[in-house]
Design a protein around this ligand. Structure first.
Ligand SMILES: [Zn+2]
Length: 398
């Protein structure tokens, strides 16, 4: 009897708690009478314990994710700040670029260079075939430097120092400010390699064909030589060695480094041109920029910038430009690009053709001439708007 009473009481209690959960009070009883209440019930229905457990689980799962996200965001912001700190504006042309290599890439390149040096034979130990292969495909240049007391070396020094002073002035620094322009000038005979008239070595020797210096001495005309030196210094003023490494790293498929500006420019090239985007695409742009800077540097040193035009005309006669037939064959191998101006593409070359260089240079010649006229007339050419690149940011290239 007592058990039955307790069971009834328990059942009544359950019913009450069910009523409480499903709708509360008389309304619930009313709904139960209609028998379809549970299907349409939208009232509060949670258990505090389940709710707290859910919050606990969520915080255990979500908190580390949130912390990781915060860490990633902080790291990305730090990287962006570091990148912005390494950005520079190229004097005169106003191009914005990253002028300092990321430390990890710098270390990687140094290790690579060490490995290459330890395995590479010096040119004098190479067989004739090995030497030809290295000159053709690895960019090796061999030369015999003249002694520094040779009259040819001495004349080169005089012109070189004058052009160097102008390059330093144009870049707004003092000599040896950051080691960028710590160069020496070397006149050399038997210059063999792809660069015929002059080039800069990794240890910053500006090497010039002694024959060119001798011709300048014979006719006492120095504009051509000064413009050649100014072009080479232009590469250094604009930190082109850094640009080149960043381009290689950005375009390499397996690289961990991508320069955002270069990556964007590569994308723009892809969209605007049929030609494949390679390191050479960027190298040719750097050549145009060095040409433009070179004309300004030569003018600032008091040499006629028109010498640059003569220089590239002479170069055009010496260096065999990539032939149209070669380009056409290349394009066909790449998938047949019809209607492309092969003369303009020059895709296989690190340098623009001489005629393209002269054409591009003519666009910038008025500015270089203004500088030259100012220097000749004894006026200060540095007040010209071209020396304030932030005020007149211009595009490089043709
Ligand atoms: Zn160059």
């Amino acid at each position: 009897m007592e058990d039955l009473a307790r069971a009834e009481a328990r059942a009544a209690g359950q019913k009450t708690s069910e009523n409480n959960r499903s709708g509360v009070g008389p309304g619930a009883e009313h709904a139960e009478q209609h028998g379809d209440q549970q299907d349409y019930d939208t009232g509060p229905d949670f258990d505090e314990t389940i709710f707290l457990t859910a919050i606990l689980v969520a915080s255990i799962v979500v908190a580390p994710l949130a912390f990781r996200l915060l860490e990633d965001v902080t790291e990305a912001v730090a990287l962006a700040c570091d990148y912005v700190r390494r950005l520079r504006v190229v004097p005169f042309t106003g191009r914005v670029h990253c002028a300092v290599l990321p430390p990890e890439l710098q270390r990687q390149l140094e290790a690579q260079l060490q490995a290459e040096l330890s395995t590479q034979k010096p040119p004098e130990e190479m067989s004739k075939e090995e030497l030809a292969e290295a000159i053709q495909h690895k960019g090796l240049i061999t030369f015999e430097p003249l002694p520094s007391d040779d009259p040819v070396s001495q004349r080169l020094q005089e012109v070189g120092q004058r052009v160097l002073a102008a390059a330093v002035k144009l870049s707004g620094g003092k000599p040896g400010d950051d080691g960028r322009l710590d160069v020496t000038f070397v006149a050399a005979d038997k210059l063999v390699g792809k660069a015929v008239l002059g080039f800069v070595t990794a240890d910053k020797q500006v090497v010039v064909d002694a024959t060119l210096v001798r011709s300048c001495m014979e006719f006492d005309v120095w504009d051509l030589l000064a413009n050649l030196l100014a072009h080479e210094l232009g590469h250094l003023v604009a930190d082109h060695p850094v640009d080149l490494e960043l381009v290689k790293a950005t375009l390499a498929a397996d690289s961990k480094f991508a320069d955002p500006i270069i990556a964007l420019r590569a994308r723009a090239h892809e969209l605007l041109s049929y030609a494949p985007v390679t390191v050479n695409t960027f190298m040719r742009e750097l050549e145009y920029e060095a040409d433009r800077l070179g004309a300004a540097i030569a003018a600032l040193a008091g040499y006629n910038p028109m010498g640059a035009e003569r220089l590239y005309t002479v170069l055009g006669k010496i260096v065999q430009d990539v032939s149209v037939a070669q380009l056409e064959a290349h394009c066909k191998a790449e998938g047949g690009l019809k209607g492309v101006d092969f003369e303009q593409l020059n895709i296989d070359s690190t340098h623009p053709s001489s005629s393209q260089r002269v054409q591009a240079l003519r666009r910038h010649m008025p500015a270089a001439k203004r500088i030259y006229e100012d220097v000749v007339a004894g006026r200060d050419p540095m007040s010209a708007p071209e020396f304030h690149p932030r005020a007149c940011v211009t595009e490089l290239g043709p």
